[in-house]
Design a binder for this molecule. Sequence first.
Ligand code: FAD
Length: 461
Amino acid sequence: MAEILAPKVVVIGGGPGGYVAAIRCGQLGLDTVLVEADRLGGTCLIRGCIPSKALIHAASAFAAMADAARVPHFGVSLPAPPKLDFAATVAWKDSIVDRLNGGVAGLMKRAKVKVVQGWARFSDAKTCEVVTVSGIVTIRAEHVILATGSIPAQLPGLPMGGKVIDSAGALSLDRLPERLVVVGAGYIGLELGTVFAKLGSQVTIVEAGDRILPHHDARLTEPVRLWLEGHGVRLLLGAKVAGEKGEGLEIATADGEILVLPADAILVTAGRKPLTEGWGREAMALELAEGFAKIDDCCATSTAGVWAIGDLVGEPMLAHKASAQGEMVAEIIAGKRRRFDPAAIPAICFTEPEIVTVGLGPDAPGTVTGQFPFAANGRALSMDAGDLGGFVRVVARADRGRIVGVQAVGAHVSELAAAFTTAIEMGAVAGDIASIIHAHPTLGEAFREATLNVLGHAIHT
Ligand code: FAD
């Protein structure tokens, strides 16, 4: 049966950008409809951040047990190697996704947001049609928030299908691939490659650039490279992919040698691209900028009353950026004065070990750095994580010591991201953090010691 809705706001996409925008709209009393073609939670919750972190956790537990069975460590040993029921591991991951998906549905109800399930297609800037299981729903809203997200980029010559899979496919495999080739050494490829290496697959990572994680500085990525190489992951840098051949993937190595890498699965993680097609962008007269929806600092697009957020609008393509933009746009629509102008957006690679980057890097002009190694941090050592070559590095303005960037590499450093970002957003100088008493023994003490090093007097180095 045809239905016509005329809410104040329609949100397209139920990922961390769209669903957060919709909840905030609801909280602010705006009559809101959210349209999602798939499951609430989007890429992040259903086939990205959450399932990948769940598998990382399970794989780490398995690897720790397998290590204990091989070599006793701190007095702990296992009489036999652990067994992996891969299907059960994937089912456990799915149960976490299901739980969070249900949680988002509950939050929608509580915020009085109506959810329409189906694909939205616009016929003009403010009107879309959604084909649902119970008929066509036409929605005409005063404000449109576009949060259509992104999809995996494909490589020419390596189309998806068969053993060629994307990250979503890798998170839902029904059996562990004995031999996995990962194409692309960005954070998604490395996180997933590490999962499968820990679970026992033979993993080869093929990267066109000359380093892993090319957007990070080499000092920061060195512990990750050492871990990969130390755990039997083959890294082929400067290599070009030709395509599927015979039993695997044909590549040209950095030396020009042609190799066929045998593979049971070929995981392509060659970046993601914004989803700008298929929902009627042309009918809305929306402009693009470098392939992304063009927005101003309020996330307003080139068409009045149409807003765009999240992966659709550009880098960093991260869930927390999408959510922050979503909350902001809801508040602007509700009449508040807001602008998207964060001092820093944290980014984390949940690799082995983890990497956090926030704000400016060590090469920023007019800055000085202070660094502190986890090898001198009691908590890192007591968690058996002091020997990975990890450290915290603080980047501060040379004149007054204002902290403008922090980077860290080491086990569990993801949990320090909030402290780093808070320091930058609150305009802290190195002396502010240095003068705060940090609990002992914690990894956070390494942050304080790095700020002391900016001031030239760290205690433990
Ligand atoms: P999405 O989450 O992509 O959601 C868009 C939604 O819109 C989708 O559900 C889609 O079905 C729906 N949609 C699109 N068009 C229409 C339409 N016309 N009609 C109806 N529905 C539509 N980010 C992090 O911050 N931390 C991480 O650890 C992290 N890990 C990741 C791991 C992997 C493997 C991947 C792939 C991504 C990861 N990301 C991570 C990135 C993160 O998932 C994205 O940045 C985030 O999901 C973007 O949110 P979004 O709301 O913009 O879009």
